[in-house]
Design a protein around this ligand. Structure first.
Ligand SMILES: [Zn+2]
Ligand SMILES: [Zn+2]
Length: 306
């Protein structure tokens, strides 16, 4: 990694650690307000099929003004013009925009950034779905270092785009350089001592943040999650395992829970908790996993190093 990035990262860390709690709270609040303001502008334009960045309708592709909204492919955006976008917008700009549109359409389940499904060799591997489009943003540790001894010895990331399931941009078409700001954020994010956490604002959460939140407060989640008619539509699939006492659980109690779930739309896990709460010897565990509707991470095969 370049030395100047290391130096800036270190001075950032020093600065952060010298802040009082009040100062860092104020800083955080300020950031949140900025994001909130930007997000409201975004969502208002989004709802009228317009881009909040350039003010043009999504279907407008104006050569003189490259914009991230081209990636929505509502107009005749050509693959060879992709670098016009990346010349102007950096990794975090592009990621935020794609996450926001995906989230606006269907919530966190459109964004698969699950660490569990990602390889250890990757700094990130995120697949984002929006309508008939799927984008994957991918960066291995080797990419971030730059491929030594090659023309691509600079820190970069890779991008894939599919339209209706067909390849439109391939991972190997572009080695997209990270901006200095990107490099700083990624360096700090991967340094556990930095105390730095990047968020993509109110509409930027993906499945990983969602599952983290769930793990922080499973009870609240079980209570508030609603079951949908179609299990494929959900975000998280919940499986409850109920262990009864020796004599078993009464059929009535089970029916009661099933009926409660049907009538209230609350999760079965919650209803079992309610109807069985007084019973001795009943234990319940719930396993939460991402629903089938979450897109799979599109994998990039890396050429083996000799
Ligand atoms: Zn635009
Ligand atoms: Zn690469």
């Amino acid at each position: 990694m370049q030395d100047d990035i290391k130096r800036v990262a270190q001075s950032f860390k020093d600065q952060i650690s010298s802040l009082t709690d009040e100062e860092s709270t104020a800083h955080f609040e300020q950031q949140r307000e900025n994001y909130d303001r930007e997000y409201s502008a975004f969502i208002e334009s989004y709802n009228s099929d317009e881009c909040y960045l350039c003010g043009k309708p999504f279907k407008t592709i104006s050569k003189s003004e490259p914009c991230v909204h081209w990636l929505l492919r509502r107009g005749k955006f050509k693959k060879k013009d992709f670098s016009k976008i990346t010349d102007k917008f950096d990794f975090f700009n592009i990621s935020a925009f794609l996450r926001w549109v995906a989230n606006a359409e269907a919530g966190v389940k459109n964004i698969n950034n699950l660490k569990e499904e990602s390889s250890d060799r990757k700094l990130f591997e995120t697949t984002i779905k929006w309508k008939n489009i799927e984008w994957t943003l991918d960066c291995s540790k080797n990419d971030f270092e730059g491929h030594a001894g090659s023309k691509t010895d600079f820190p970069h990331w890779h991008f894939q785009m599919r339209i209706d399931g067909n390849q439109f941009i391939n991972f190997n078409d572009y080695h997209i350089p990270f901006s200095k700001d990107d490099q700083l954020k990624i360096t700090l994010e991967n340094d556990p001592e930095s105390g730095f956490l990047h968020t993509f604002g109110p509409g930027g959460q993906g499945m990983q943040e969602h599952m983290d939140h769930l793990a922080d407060d499973p009870d609240e989640f079980i209570e508030n999650v609603l079951t949908t008619d179609n299990p494929e539509d959900g975000t998280v699939h919940m499986q409850s395992i109920v262990r009864g006492p020796k004599g078993g659980i009464s059929g009535d109690k089970i029916n009661e829970a099933l009926e409660m779930a049907r009538n209230t739309g609350k999760s079965l896990a919650h209803c079992f908790r309610e109807t069985l709460s007084d019973d001795e010897g009943v234990s319940m565990s719930t396993i939460a996993s991402p629903a089938d509707s979450v897109p799979e991470i599109a994998k990039r095969s890396e050429r083996k190093r000799r």
